[in-house]
Design a protein around this ligand. Sequence first.
Ligand SMILES: NC(=O)c1ccc[n+]([C@@H]2O[C@H](COP(=O)([O-])OP(=O)(O)OC[C@H]3O[C@@H](n4cnc5c(N)ncnc54)[C@H](O)[C@@H]3O)[C@@H](O)[C@H]2O)c1
Length: 298
Amino acid sequence: MSAEKPQFDIGHQPNIQHQTFPGSQADLDPAPSVAHVPSPDGGYKLYQAAGKLKDKKALITGGDSGIGRSTAVLFAMEGADSFIAYLPEEQKDAEETKALVEKYGRKCFLYPTNLKEQGNCKKVVEEAVKQLGAINVLFNNHAYQMMTQDISEISEEQWLHTFDTNIHPFFFLSKYALPHMKKGDTIINNASVNAYIGRPDLLDYTSTKGAIVSFTRGLSNQFVGKGIRVNAVAPGPVWTPLIPSTMTDEAIKQFTSPMGRPGQPSEIATCVVFLASTDSSQISGQTIHCNGGVIVNG
Ligand SMILES: NC(=O)c1ccc[n+]([C@@H]2O[C@H](COP(=O)([O-])OP(=O)(O)OC[C@H]3O[C@@H](n4cnc5c(N)ncnc54)[C@H](O)[C@@H]3O)[C@@H](O)[C@H]2O)c1
């Protein structure tokens, strides 16, 4: 079956499986949906594009798999080229993303790197501007998480690693990209429902996601008057390589939402398309709660 198609019905739970972080979409069982979205008959249909991002240029971190891959593919369907950054171990997944983007007639530049290093964030932006010619959309999307039940189990090293991976690069990438961005361009940050529900077994990750929400609000207040909108998505459970590479059997068994199923990466990517396009022209500093129906405050 094509890597683009989900291999299960909308209500099906993922099978229990384990991968080593950062995981591989090629090995995910079942394969998640990249470009298919729910249809009124309860099945899936290919996402219908409408030229919403024609000739836009996007820098997407963690673009090799999961939500990042779906976003690159839906962006391509909407007419945008992408530059994707990802960990070097993800080369195979990244090449599949590139092939899918090219299938829709757009360009996809690949850049393996570790964004934990500040200097690499600078190089990513410089290379993206060189290859794409511009950055109209910055999707800060990559992340690290690892389950631990109690604060006593979180080493000082893990705490710092999670912050160094999840929030500091969002600041560096935005700082370096913004001088290249102009009125009408957008930044979208990937947060998580966990920032709102305070998930106890992902304390470090959850804390970085709270920081991302506040970073989104403050940065929006700096740039909204200049015509650059900054927003976030806060997904609930989504079937991606992050899950089997960081979560326990029990957590995978309970990996669901009030909708009775986890989300598909494509169902988050539609929200990113919305925030990147002028369909969301009145929205800045906000978070879209694409979380399967969890009611949250804020
Ligand atoms: N899957 C979920 O249930 C879920 C829920 C809420 C939020 N999110 C968020 O969605 C975003 C995308 O994750 P995903 O679920 O699509 O998983 P994923 O595993 O497909 O993507 C995560 C990506 O982050 C990249 N990455 C991690 N550390 C990096 C580093 N140091 N340098 C460069 N790249 C790095 C990896 O290469 C990988 O591509 C993350 O921010 C995650 O927190 C996911």
